[in-house]
Design a protein around this ligand. Structure first.
Ligand code: FAD
Length: 480
């Protein structure tokens, strides 16, 4: 055995899961087929739930200190969501994926975990003790578990013949990183009468302080095979017809065509192999949900895999990864498909689509609808189906902001351990029995709701004191 866990793929999902495994004290090797990090920006935004997870690990402040990343409330199907209705402490930020990857790779390296590059997995073999991965150069590595975070075209998924149901792409659109003139790049989405549309989002600034934007162009003119090169002329023509003659293309950094393929692995766990991120689900990156869903898979999986390797995981803990994250992924696929339809992705101009869009345009201005869509897109609407979920409104949800000195709160959550918040100090004796896995916190302000929080920041007990001991056993294994 070379390592406890072998993570294949050093994208945001793979590196996030590696960070969780480091916290859990589990030996981890991360491999990637690329010789160096991709320079493509791809994901342009980070949602509230992912920001909160980074914050809980003490990673948000240093990440945001690396540049100037505008705040916004995002959008749903091109309808802007207003910050006036954003009800989460950390609203959407335009942090490009390339920045997040660089940051995470350096963070892991400072903790002694260097990504092993030029390692392309070509074969995989698992038995009852572990998994052996063979690479293109003929070398092999063996781990007790393997996390497949190798992206949308996952080799591991293909080699294991994982059932990957869904729908194939029906159209493509252009996604380009550009510098624009004469365009307001605050999250706008514009349609022209001929069925073409353009969406513009801010992507922060480059090293010379120049504003970069993500431009997405759709409609019949752009729905070309994925290998057809995106040209400056194609972009200029659409800018002119959709955004008007003031819109100018100053620079095209890169452009690619993306499809509306929507598929999800039927099972996220295959013995000792766990699929995560794009390897487990692919869909249009609408409203910044691709990278974010992958990073949240990683946070959910990391501590459960860590507990399994360390030997304290209760029966079935690792299987809750699929049980919780598959429905979360399916919900993302559904909202992306709904957005795709309303945005008239393929530029059909079909009367029923236009009528639906007109109705939703009015609805999307209502404060309650804004809040609902904001929760959906930010990842904050996720509620895991865990024991007791029907008995208390906090159970299954991310821990709310707590009335604690922020420094102490961060230090607590950063440890990656469970937390029992016990403002009245009633549960100390019980908590002592799990003190190697759960921190007992009785210095929160009185009146705070007592709750048990899992290492991934989700509440797994609140309310009835009789339910606490079963919850400790269910999530943290046997006492003592
Ligand atoms: C144009 C564009 C815009 C996007 N915008 C957004 C957005 O705004 N918000 C958002 O949340 N998402 C967005 N996405 C989606 C986002 O980029 C992906 O969801 C995200 O990259 C998934 O992360 P991952 O770590 O799961 O996979 P990846 O980032 O694809 O990482 C997989 C890694 O595995 C490696 N690998 C692959 N095969 C092998 C192998 N056989 N052996 C070893 N290594 C291998 C690859 O080299 C790669 O480094 C966008 C995507 C595109 C293309």
């Amino acid at each position: 055995m070379h390592t406890d866990v072998l993570v294949v793929g050093a994208g945001p999902t793979g590196m996030m899961v590696a960070n969780e495994l480091l916290l859990a004290g589990v030996s981890t090797v991360v491999v990637d087929r690329l010789s160096r990090r991709s320079e493509l920006s791809r994901a342009g935004g980070v949602q509230s739930r992912t920001l909160a997870a980074l914050d809980q690990r003490g990673l948000l402040e240093p990440l945001l200190a690396t540049g100037d990343y505008p705040i916004s409330a995002g959008h749903f199907a091109g309808f802007p969501l207003s910050l006036d209705f954003a009800r989460h402490r950390l609203p959407w930020r335009s942090v490009p994926q390339v920045v997040i990857e660089g940051f995470l790779e350096e963070h892991l390296a400072t903790h002694g975990l260097r990504v092993r590059r030029d390692h392309e997995l070509v074969a995989i073999d698992q038995d009852s003790d572990g998994v052996t991965a063979t690479f293109a150069d003929g070398t092999a590595l063996r781990g007790r578990y393997l996390v497949a975070a190798d992206g949308a075209h996952s080799t591991v998924r293909s080699l294991l013949r994982v059932d990957f149901p869904g729908q194939s792409g029906t159209a493509t659109v252009v996604a380009a990183d550009v510098r624009l003139g004469g365009v307001d790049d605050r999250m706008s989405h514009v349609w022209s009468p001929d069925g073409h549309w353009a969406a513009v989002f801010p992507l922060g600034t480059d090293s010379q302080g120049r504003r970069l934007s993500r431009l997405v162009l759709g409609g019949p003119r752009h729905s070309l095979p994925r290998d057809v090169e995106v040209t400056e002329e194609e972009i200029r023509e659409s800018l002119r017809t959709v955004l008007g003659s003031n819109a100018r293309l100053l620079e095209l950094r890169y452009g690619r065509r993306i499809t509306d393929t929507a598929r999800q692995a039927a099972q996220y766990r295959h013995g000792r192999v766990l699929l995560a991120g794009d390897a487990a689900h692919v869909h249009l990156p609408l409203g910044a949900q691709g990278m974010n869903t992958g990073m949240q898979d990683a946070i959910n999986l990391g501590w459960k895999l860590g507990a399994t390797v360390r030997g304290w995981a209760p029966d079935g803990l690792l299987d809750t990864y699929h049980a919780e994250r598959h429905p979360a992924g399916a919900a993302v696929l559904r909202n992306v498909q709904a957005q795709c339809l309303v945005m008239d992705w393929a530029g059909t101009r079909a009367p029923d689509v236009l009528a639906t869009k007109e109705l939703l345009t009015d609805l999307a201005r209502l404060p309650d609808v804004q809040r609902h869509l904001g929760d959906l897109m930010s990842g904050m609407a996720i509620r895991y189906a865990m024991p007791g979920v029907d008995r208390h409104p906090l159970i299954g949800r991310p821990v709310p902001d707590l009335p604690l000195d922020p420094t102490r709160l961060h230090a607590l959550l950063r440890s990656g351990r469970g937390i029992l918040l016990d403002p009245e100090g009633e549960h100390g004796k019980l908590a002592d029995l799990w003190s190697d896995r759960v921190d007992h916190v009785d210095y929160v302000r009185q009146g705070t709701e007592p709750m048990l929080v899992r290492p991934d920041g989700y509440v797994c007990w609140a309310g009835d004191p009789d339910d606490l001991e079963p919850a400790l056993g269910h999530w943290f294994g046997q006492a003592g």
